[in-house]
Design a protein around this ligand. Structure first.
Ligand code: FA5
Length: 347
């Protein structure tokens, strides 16, 4: 009906004249919100006007619809810009009444630290670097040859029982059970003399307890030269123990067995956690096994093409986790692998 159209146009005109200036004049955020509800709320003036379009003849609807929509867009844009301006003015007003004390200390931001295992490993390597050992690394996934066979552990050798091995797929690949395979890789690639230190992660399918983990870390040492003796080995290991645990550290060497060294020793350090009195970590013995070592077996030299009558060597493999536990008085190896920040931030 033309009458309805005329009424619609009059309302549109009136709205256009009143709503935009009202928004311009709004003095605070509350009045602005009231205006938004008045014009654009569910029962707002402009909302109802737009809804009323559907009752107009088609031709009028086509002509007036864009007018209505245009007014709504302009109103929305103005509401938004007024809102920002009023908000900023309110914040400025608040801040004007606040005194900022520039001398207050800032909120501290926590910075990360190196994992205690990384710290221990880096220190161990640094001690051995100072003694002339050069750092080498090797792969975590190894072949049976490097991990066992070239180290004088042929298939079916009972010493394989000393390492519960994780095999990877069917083609004989395995997760290295110690860092000793890197000895073989190095000696196959370079002529003697050799003096290397090998830090790295190793894996064994072991029952986990306070001092045994299925993933742990070793630092391997290998020194090959013309006149290397057991005394050099002892001196090097004492130097390592005193550098890591202090000048009065008690160390004991015990005869042991490794297929790749002869003679072989195991080195224990007195348990700093209980002072030697016995605790869960040292299994009540007062000592903690720290490393295995010995003089390189002639069969290992033969496997890498070194002449065992011309060259002598010693090797050792240090359990890094055990060193970290002793140094930081950590009573359970599992704490090193739980990534609990309450624990890690103490180091
Ligand atoms: C070896 O792995 C030999 N490759 C060490 C070696 C190197 C001997 C060169 C001779 C010459 P063993 O299995 O004992 O040896 O491990 C060496 C050290 O690793 C141990 O003394 C102990 O400190 C640490 N270790 C062994 N098993 C674990 C485990 N499950 N969790 C944490 N540390 C371990």
């Amino acid at each position: 009906m033309p009458g309805d159209t005329k009424v619609w146009e009059e309302k549109w005109n009136a709205l256009q004249e009143s709503c935009l200036p009202a928004v311009e004049a709004a003095a605070d955020l509350d009045s602005l919100e009231n205006l938004r509800i008045k014009f654009l709320g569910r029962k707002g003036g402009l909302t109802e006007l737009l809804a009323a379009l559907k009752d107009l003849p088609v031709a009028d609807r086509r002509r007036l619809g864009p007018l209505g929509n245009d007014l709504r867009s302009r109103l929305e844009a103005l509401l938004e810009s007024r809102k920002r301006a009023l908000f900023k003015a309110a914040v400025d007003r608040d801040l004007a009444g606040v005194k900022v004390d520039m001398s207050l200390p800032a909120t501290p931001h926590g910075t990360g630290t190196l994992h205690p295992l990384t710290q221990t490993m880096e220190e161990l390597v640094a001690v051995l670097n100072r003694l002339g050992f050069q750092t080498e690394e090797g792969p975590l996934v190894e072949t049976d040859y490097y991990n066992f066979e070239a180290l004088n552990i042929p298939p079916e050798h009972p010493a394989r029982d000393m390492h519960d091995t994780f095999y990877v797929g069917a083609d004989g690949l395995l997760l290295r059970t110690h860092t000793s395979p890197v000895q073989i890789r190095k000696m196959l690639n370079s002529a003697p003399p050799v003096r290397i230190v090998v830090p790295g992660r190793v894996f064994r399918h072991e029952a986990v307890d306070a001092s045994h983990s299925a993933v742990f870390h070793q630092v391997e040492g290998l020194y090959v030269d013309r006149d290397v003796t057991m005394v050099d080995l002892k001196g090097t290991l004492l130097n390592f123990a005193r550098a890591m645990f202090g000048a009065r550290t008690q160390v004991r060497f015990k005869p042991s067995y490794f297929p790749f060294t002869e003679p072989s020793v195991e080195v224990d350090v007195q348990c700093l956690l209980c002072g030697g009195g016995g605790c869960a970590v040292c299994k009540q013995s007062g000592w903690l096994e720290m490393l295995g070592a010995g003089m390189v077996h002639p069969n290992v030299f033969r496997a890498v093409g070194y002449d065992p009558s011309a060259w002598k060597g010693f090797a050792f493999g240090i359990g890094v986790d055990r060193v970290a536990m002793l140094r930081y008085e950590i009573s359970d190896i599992r704490l090193l692998y739980q990534n609990d920040l309450r624990f890690l931030t103490q180091f």
